[in-house]
Design a protein around this ligand. Structure first.
Ligand SMILES: Cc1ncc(C[n+]2csc(CCOP(=O)(O)OP(=O)(O)O)c2C)c(N)n1
Ligand SMILES: *[C@@H]1O[C@H](CO)[C@@H](O)[C@H](O)[C@H]1NC(C)=O
Ligand SMILES: CC(=O)N[C@H]1CO[C@H](CO)[C@@H](O)[C@@H]1O
Ligand SMILES: CC(=O)N[C@H]1CO[C@H](CO)[C@@H](O)[C@@H]1O
Ligand SMILES: [Mg+2]
Length: 680
């Protein structure tokens, strides 16, 4: 049994008070959870394998604070464990430009994932644990445990109430992720008060039913020994994730302990003083760290962690002698590089090639590159046969004992869990080792995962959403399945690529840019219906996000379009040519990438003096950035055969041509400035 001394108790008090001092100094934040969770934090972090001087070392243990509002706790730990976070930084808690923002953010050294939106962190942790298991199964060899770490999570009542955590935890149980250990802060309090007002299920029974090992620590406020022995037991269990319920008191030690008033407001000055006195600290001093506490963590964790990394580096070199191919691949991945020439595998098309649905073109891309890009991993939320995301040689990522696959598998069966999938792929991407991660569903159901999609963009996880059935073109399934507003929403998210490729070359371009992306996620919207291979498209041009597909001298109008409508616009241009109207066709597969091209290039595509009509069978919201006039769909769709629905809404060559004529007539004699030319 792990023994603890007075120095350990002093360390716990230090964590408590550093957290309280941050909140008091900022006059903002959440002191309650850090006060209750400091003992567990001490026990877990003291035995973690980490090297603060090398926060991205691949074989570190991961720690996720899913109840991100308790971030003063995490910042205290990062400081005490030697990360690049000074006492001065703690004093800047929640100030503009500080290294201690209102909730933990991914780019800070030692913060594994951005948390705050409840339920995401525990679900990201499932992705981190999947990545670790996959890396171990791929590269570990007898005598070479290159990957053998744990993912630890703290979560509260809020995280457990959110549906996303149920989705991810259910899958984690199925996958038997023995490397995942979560601590539930069972303090019976949320913002509204006692959890009896809305949450009285037996959480441990629920997790047991998911296939987790569940453990109970009755006195999480003080009993370091009990926390440590639960942790030891959890670590021994290699074929189940573990949930350890810690019964704690929110705001432990405060005059308002046990009440929701300490959840999210600073302690009053007299409360802080009595707490410091009670813990044996000077009530008039703040941000105090006794030297023994620094020494304790240096001895227990920081020094051994640095040694571990040294040993690991030596092990990798020895491994390279025996397994040169695997070692070279792993080193390449750790350097964040894709395989040499991988993009030469991307399929290229000629206009004479047959028409193919872009979801099928996407499958062809995956099939072409899957073997050559070992960091590619992902799956679908139970739409594998319609989303076409599983390549023929793929092995399922499954617990080996299931007989369904093994942990080296790179195809994940997410089940019907879009939001869970979104959070899991974020975690997988955050793991490192250059994991290139995709998740697939119908475009319309990406909205189910909006919380996770937004965090991918905010955190900069370059995950790929393969979003098929991207319009009314899907047909009979009708308005419940037909996206309308989805792209407008996704395009409005900062740092988000939203590709809607028009043909095979554009699908290849979308994958090229998405896979090369280091910190921008992508949605690739794909059609169910066949699309012709277009004259004028190329991977190179489409990789710019927007380009002139077909041109004429002195065009009367430019039609700018995406995806399945580009081919129809090309047909419309032919009709218009018969009426002596000269049409430029612009394909704009991704606004985000196009907006990053030099202004001169953008203006060469969408110049002054040419009226621009956008054509897309989706909401017109957002198109005023690029067009004077928009033809779109600002209502819900309709159930029927795809081509019939297109006809019904007049997305036909004739329907587009008549709107082009109206646009030209409207702008005749008027001064036309490109929508790109603005005051600022
Ligand atoms: C998705 C989401 N919804 C709402 C919130 C606002 N919020 C922050 S903390 C909290 C209550 C959380 O309760 P619990 O997890 O028990 O934390 P404790 O009060 O015990 O610290 C809520 C509703 C949020 N951060 N994320
Ligand atoms: C840390 O290790 C040093 C050197 O072994 C020892 O002198 C010191 O007492 C230790 N301190 C703590 C707090 O463990
Ligand atoms: C040292 C150790 O316990 N390593 C374990 C890390 O987690 C994996 C599960 O992914 C186990 O297989 C290892 O034994
Ligand atoms: C499960 C599911 O949605 N299946 C769909 C798969 O794709 C076919 C063809 O596009 C549809 O008919 C199915 O409904
Ligand atoms: Mg709570």
């Amino acid at each position: 049994m792990t023994q603890f001394s007075d120095v350990d108790r002093l360390a716990v008090s230090t964590i408590r008070l550093l957290s309280v001092d941050q909140v008091s100094k900022a006059n903002s934040g959440h002191p309650g959870a850090p006060l209750g969770l400091a003992p567990a934090a001490h026990v877990v972090w003291k035995q973690m394998r980490l090297n603060p001087k090398s926060p991205k070392w691949i074989n570190r243990d991961r720690f996720v604070l899913s109840n991100g509002h308790a971030c003063a706790l995490l910042y205290s730990l990062l400081h005490l464990f030697g990360y690049d976070l000074s006492i001065e930084d703690l004093k800047q808690f929640r100030q503009v430009g500080s290294k201690t923002p209102g909730h933990p953010e991914y780019e800070l050294p030692g913060v594994e994932v951005t948390t705050g939106p409840l339920g995401q962190g525990i679900s990201n942790a499932v992705g981190l644990a999947i990545a670790q298991a996959n890396l171990a199964a791929t590269y570990n060899k007898p005598g070479y445990e290159l990957s053998d770490n744990y993912t630890y999570v703290f979560l509260g009542d809020g995280c457990l109430q959110e549906g996303v955590s149920s989705e991810a935890s259910s899958l984690a149980g199925h996958l038997k992720l023995g490397n995942l250990i979560a601590f539930y802060d069972d303090n019976k309090i949320t913002i509204d008060g006692h959890t009896e007002v809305s949450f009285d299920e037996d959480v441990l029974k629920r997790y047991e039913a998911y296939g987790w090992e569940v453990l109970n620590v009755a006195n999480g406020d003080e009993n370091l020994e009990d926390i440590a022995s639960a942790l030891e037991q959890a670590k021994k269990n290699k074929d189940k994730p573990t949930l350890i319920k810690l019964t704690t008191t929110i705001g432990f030690g405060s005059l308002n302990a046990g009440s929701h008033t300490v959840h999210g407001a600073p302690l009053k000055a007299d409360d802080v003083k009595q707490l410091k006195t009670k813990l044996g600290f000077n009530p008039d001093e703040s941000f105090i760290v006794p030297q023994e506490v620094y020494d304790l963590y240096h001895n227990s964790t920081i020094q051994p962690g640095a040694e571990s990394e040294k040993e690991w580096n030596a092990l990798l070199e020895k491994y390279a002698g025996e397994y040169p191919k695997e070692a070279a691949e792993l080193k390449r991945r750790l350097a964040g590089k894709l395989p040499e020439n991988w993009e030469s595998k991307l399929p290229v098309y000629k206009p004479t090639d047959s028409a193919v649905a872009s979801r099928k073109l996407s499958e062809i891309v995956l099939q072409s590159i899957f073997e050559d890009v070992p960091e590619l991993i992902g799956g679908s939320a139970d739409l594998t046969p319609s989303n076409l995301t599983r390549t023929t040689n793929a092995v399922d990522f499954q617990p080996p004992q299931s007989g369904l696959g093994d942990y080296s598998g790179r195809y994940i069966r997410f089940g019907v869990r879009e939001h869970g999938m979104g959070a899991i792929i974020n975690g997988l991407s955050a793991y490192g080792a250059n994991y290139k991660v995709f998740g697939a569903t119908f475009l319309n159901f990406v909205s189910y995962a909006a919380g996770a999609v937004r965090l991918a963009a905010l955190s900069g996880h370059p995950v790929i959403w393969i979003a098929t059935h991207d319009s009314i073109g899907l047909g009979e399934d009708g308005p419940t399945h037909q996206p309308i507003e989805t792209l407008a929403h996704l395009r409005a998210i900062p740092n988000m690529m939203v590709w809607r490729p028009a043909d095979g070359n554009e699908v290849s371009a979308a994958y090229k840019v998405a896979l090369e992306s280091q910190d921008t996620p992508s949605v690739i919207a794909l059609s169910r219906q066949n699309l012709p291979q277009l004259d004028g498209s190329s991977i190179e041009k489409a990789s710019k996000g927007g380009y002139i597909l077909q041109d004429v001298e002195n065009p009367d109008i430019a039609i700018v379009s995406t995806g399945s409508e580009v081919g129809i616009a090309v047909e419309a241009a032919k009709l218009l040519a018969e009426k002596n109207m000269k049409v430029r066709i612009v394909s704009l597969p991704d606004f985000h990438t196009f907006s990053r091209q030099p202004k001169e290039y953008q203006l060469s595509v969408l110049p002054d003096r040419v009226p621009i009509l956008s054509v897309e069978v989706l909401s017109t919201s957002g198109w005023s950035e690029y067009a004077h006039q928009s033809f779109g769909l600002n209502r819900f769709g309709a159930s029927g055969k795809g081509p019939e629905v297109y006809k019904f809404f007049e997305f036909t060559p004739e329907g587009i041509a008549s709107r082009a004529e109206k646009t030209v007539a409207f702008y005749k004699g008027k001064e036309v400035l490109s929508p790109l030319n603005k005051a600022f």
